[in-house]
Design a protein around this ligand. Structure first.
Ligand SMILES: [Zn+2]
Length: 97
C-alpha cells in the first residue's frame, strides 16, 4: 500500500509544494506564483494546454509537404547530397594532381 503524502497537520501543504509557473512579468520581472499545470512548466493563465494542434489536426494542413517530418527529411537529404558533392570534389581534386 502506498503511504499517503498528505500532511495531517496542514492539509494545504501539498498545494504549496506544487511546482510553480515559470512565467515572468515583463514589467516587474517577478515570477508568476501560480501552480504549474501537470505536465507543463506554466500555469493555466500562462499558456498551459495551449497552442495549435500538430500535423493533420492543424486547420492549415494542406498536403504535408511542409510538415515537420517532411522538412526534416528534405534537410537531411540535402545535407547528404552536400556531403557527397564535397566528397566527390575531394576525390576529383586528388585525381587531378
Ligand atoms: Zn503563471
Amino acid at each position: 500500500m502506498r503511504k499517503s503524502v498528505a500532511n495531517p497537520i496542514n492539509p494545504a501543504q501539498r498545494l504549496n509544494d506544487a511546482p510553480r509557473c515559470h512565467a515572468k512579468a515583463k514589467s516587474t520581472g517577478e515570477r508568476c506564483k501560480g501552480p504549474a499545470v501537470t505536465g507543463w512548466a506554466v500555469c493555466r493563465v500562462h499558456g498551459a494546454g495551449g497552442g495549435a494542434p500538430r500535423g493533420q489536426a492543424h486547420w492549415n494542413w494542406k498536403h504535408g509537404e511542409r510538415s515537420i517530418e517532411a522538412v526534416e527529411l528534405r534537410r537531411m537529404v540535402n545535407e547528404l547530397a552536400r556531403m557527397a558533392r564535397a566528397e566527390g570534389e575531394a576525390i576529383s581534386c586528388a585525381n587531378a594532381q
